[in-house]
Ligand binder design. Structure first.
Ligand SMILES: NC(=O)c1ccc[n+]([C@@H]2O[C@H](COP(=O)([O-])OP(=O)(O)OC[C@H]3O[C@@H](n4cnc5c(N)ncnc54)[C@H](OP(=O)(O)O)[C@@H]3O)[C@@H](O)[C@H]2O)c1
Length: 386
C-alpha cells in the first residue's frame, strides 16, 4: 500500500508515521510537510523517528512540500506524478487550537485545507481509502454525562464549545461531497494525552492541561465527570489497525470507552501521589471559575464563597506571585474544564469488534509513566497558546 499522510510532524501524525513505517505491507509513505526546502523537510521527518530511536528508512518516506494554506496546493499535488500511485490518504493535519484568536486559521486549515486535499484526492486513479482523522468531540456540548455513539454525529444542530470541533464536523460533511462512500473512513479519537510507554511523550499538548491542573490544585470542575482519554501510541496503533481491518462501518471512535475511561478525581489522586508537597486537590463548582477570575483582578466581592478556600488563595499568591499569571493559566485551561465537565464517554464497541484491539489502559494508570515529563512542562509558556 502507498500512503499519503498529512500532519506527520504532529502528535498523532508522527506516531502514525512511525507505526506505518514498521509494516511490511506499506510501501511508500508520502508526507505533506510545510517546510521551505526538501532538506528541511527531511530533517523534520528524521526528527519524528529520532525522538524514540525508531528506525528511519529514507527510501520509503518521501517528503512532499505543501501547506494547507497554499492556493496552489491542489494543482501542485495533481502535477506530482509520483503521487498517482497513492492508494490511501490519511489526513491528520489540522489546526487544533481551542483559542478564539485562532478561529480564522482553524477554519482555513481544517475546512479550506481539507477541501484542497479532496479536490486532488477525488481524481486519484487508485484511491481506495481516505482516512480522515476527525474528533469524537464533534458531538458538541448538548450531549452530557453519557455514552456517545458514532451515529450521533455529524449533527448540524450540535452546539460547539470551540470553533475547532465545528470545523472538524464540517470536514466530515465535506468529504462526503467529494468521495464515494466506500472510499471514506473516519477515525474519531477522543482526547489524546501523552504516551502509555515510559518514554518522552511526542508532544506536551493536553499533558499541559494536566500539568496546569496539577499546579492549580483548586479546580472548578466536576471531579466525578467521566473522562475519555487515550495515549497517543494506542491511538496510532488503533488507527493503523483500522486502516487494514475488515470493516463493517465507515466511522469509528478511537476511544477509551466505558472500560477505559477515567475521572478528574482519579487523575488527581495519581498526581497527588507524585507531587505531595502541594496542597491536596480540591474540586469546586465550575460556576466558581468566575469568582476565581474576579479574584485575579482584585475585584472579588468580600462575601464571595471563594474566600472560604483561603488556603488555596494563599498558595496561589505564593506560587504565582503575579495574579496576571494565574489569569493566563485559567484562561488557557477554561476550554479544557468545559470539556471535562461534559462527562463524555465515547463508545468503542465498533473498534474492539472490527479491529480486535484491547481496551486502552485508563489514563490515571498509564500516566504514571509520564510523571517525569509532566514535571518539566512550563505551564505558563503552554498557556500562551493552549
Ligand atoms: N490531540 C488530540 O487530543 C486529538 C483528539 C482527537 C482528534 N485529534 C485529531 O488528530 C489530528 C492530529 O492532531 P494532533 O494532536 O496531532 O495535532 P498537532 O500535534 O497540532 O499536529 C498538527 C499537524 O498538522 C500540521 N499542520 C497544521 N497546519 C498545517 C498547514 N497549514 N499545512 C500543513 N500542515 C499543517 C502540523 O504541521 P507543522 O508541524 O508544520 O505545524 C502538524 O503536523 C487532527 O486532525 C485532530 O483534529 C486530535
Amino acid at each position: 500500500m502507498n500512503i499519503f499522510l498529512t500532519g506527520a510532524t504532529g502528535l498523532v501524525g508522527g506516531e502514525l508515521l512511525v507505526t506505518l513505517s514498521k509494516r511490511s505491507d506499506v510501501d511508500k509513505i508520502f508526507c505533506l510537510l510545510r517546510s521551505k526546502s526538501e532538506e528541511e523537510a527531511l530533517i523534520r521527518i528524521k526528527h519524528v523517528f529520532d525522538l524514540h530511536q525508531d528506525e528511519y528508512d529514507p527510501s520509503r518516506i518521501v517528503p512532499v512540500l505543501g501547506n494547507l494554506f497554499d492556493d496552489n496546493l491542489t494543482d501542485s499535488l495533481k502535477t506530482n506524478k509520483l503521487l498517482d500511485q497513492v492508494d490511501a490518504i490519511i489526513h491528520s493535519a489540522a489546526n487544533t487550537s481551542f483559542s478564539r484568536v485562532n478561529d480564522d486559521l482553524v477554519e482555513r486549515a481544517n475546512i479550506g485545507g481539507l477541501n484542497k486535499i479532496l479536490l486532488w484526492a477525488k481524481d486519484l486513479p487508485h484511491l481506495k481509502t481516505f482516512l480522515y482523522i476527525g474528533t469524537a468531540t464533534i458531538c458538541g456540548k448538548d450531549v452530557k454525562d453519557r455514552i456517545v455513539h458514532e451515529d450521533e454525529s455529524p449533527n448540524l444542530d450540535a452546539t460547539h464549545l470551540v470553533k475547532y470541533t465545528y470545523t472538524k464536523m464540517k470536514g466530515e460533511l465535506l468529504i462526503r461531497e467529494h468521495l464515494r462512500s466506500d472510499q471514506i473512513l473516519v477515525a474519531r479519537p477522543s482526547i489524546i494525552m501523552g504516551d502509555s510507554r515510559p518514554i518522552m511523550p511526542r508532544s506536551p499538548v493536553i499533558l499541559w492541561a494536566m500539568a496546569t491542573i496539577n499546579h492549580l490544585r483548586l479546580i472548578p470542575v466536576n471531579a466525578h465527570a467521566q473522562l475519555d482519554i487515550i495515549p497517543v501510541n494506542y491511538a496510532a496503533e488503533a488507527i493503523v489497525a483500522l486502516l487494514f481491518a475488515n470493516r463493517k462501518h465507515h466511522v469509528y471512535h478511537i476511544s477509551a470507552g466505558e472500560a477505559g475511561a477515567t475521572t478528574a478525581l482519579k487523575l488527581a489522586k495519581t498526581l497527588e501521589s507524585y507531587f505531595d508537597e502541594m496542597p491536596p486537590f480540591n474540586f469546586i463548582n465550575k460556576a466558581m471559575l468566575n469568582q476565581v477570575k474576579h479574584w485575579t483582578r482584585n475585584r472579588l466581592a468580600p462575601e464571595s464563597e471563594l474566600y472560604s478556600y483561603r488556603k488555596y488563595l494563599d498558595y496561589w499568591k505564593e506560587t504565582f506571585q503575579d495574579k496576571s499569571k494565574l489569569r493566563l493559566l485559567f484562561t488557557g485551561i477554561d476550554p479544557y474544564l468545559e470539556f471535562i465537565e461534559l462527562g463524555h464517554v465515547f463508545d468503542n464497541t465498533r473498534l474492539l469488534e472490527d479491529v480486535g484491539i484491547e481496551n486502552s489502559i485508563p489514563a490515571d494508570i498509564y500516566i504514571n509513566n509520564s510523571m517525569n515529563y509532566v514535571e518539566k512542562i512550563d505551564v505558563l509558556e503552554g498557556a500562551i497558546d493552549p
